[in-house]
Design a protein around this ligand. Structure first.
Ligand code: MG
Length: 163
């Protein structure tokens, strides 16, 4: 049996993953609004991945015979200063998610819950990748600058991201 404490913490994590999905879809809408279809594509794929993260936790709770409880999702920001700022906000957000995954892991260790620890290994690796991806794009944008021609190149690059 999974403890009440851990069950609550995983339900909070489900909320955070679904919020992430919502946030990245808001960023996709911002990019689509500026006609950057490739950047919008990148955020849409990202959004779908976040939904899958939520479902991984969902399935884990179901398998452990625990309850899934959905919480209200807050409204994400709808406007961003620039494409660069949207990716900087992505990196900041992922750092917060990493911290909450690590807290979840600490709780699973404290409670001696081995299945939760093993399940979280995937997420710990995934967060390293999430932060690296956002950092790489930020570096690229800073390198080429935010002039329209350069952003169009980034747009073309990010348009090739697939599921
Ligand atoms: Mg995630």
């Amino acid at each position: 049996m999974i403890s009440k404490n851990l069950q609550n913490a995983i339900n909070n994590q489900i909320h955070s993953e679904i919020y992430s999905s919502y946030l990245y879809m808001a960023m996709a809408a911002y990019a689509d609004g500026k006609n950057f279809k490739g950047i919008a594509n990148w955020f849409k794929v990202q959004s779908q991945e976040e939904w899958e993260h939520a479902m991984k936790f969902y399935n884990f709770l179901v398998e452990r015979g625990a309850y899934v409880i959905f919480k209200a999702i807050e409204q994400p920001p709808s406007d961003f200063k620039s494409i660069l700022q949207a990716f900087e906000a992505t990196l900041e957000h992922e750092k917060k998610v990493t911290a909450s995954i690590h807290k979840l892991y600490e709780l699973a260790v404290k409670e001696g819950d081995y299945p939760t620890q093993v399940m979280l290994h995937w997420f710990i690796n995934e967060q390293v990748e999430e932060e690296a991806n956002a950092m790489e794009i930020i570096e690229k944008i800073k390198l080429v600058g935010e002039k329209s021609g350069s952003i169009l190149w980034i747009d073309k690059e990010l348009g090739s991201r697939e599921k």
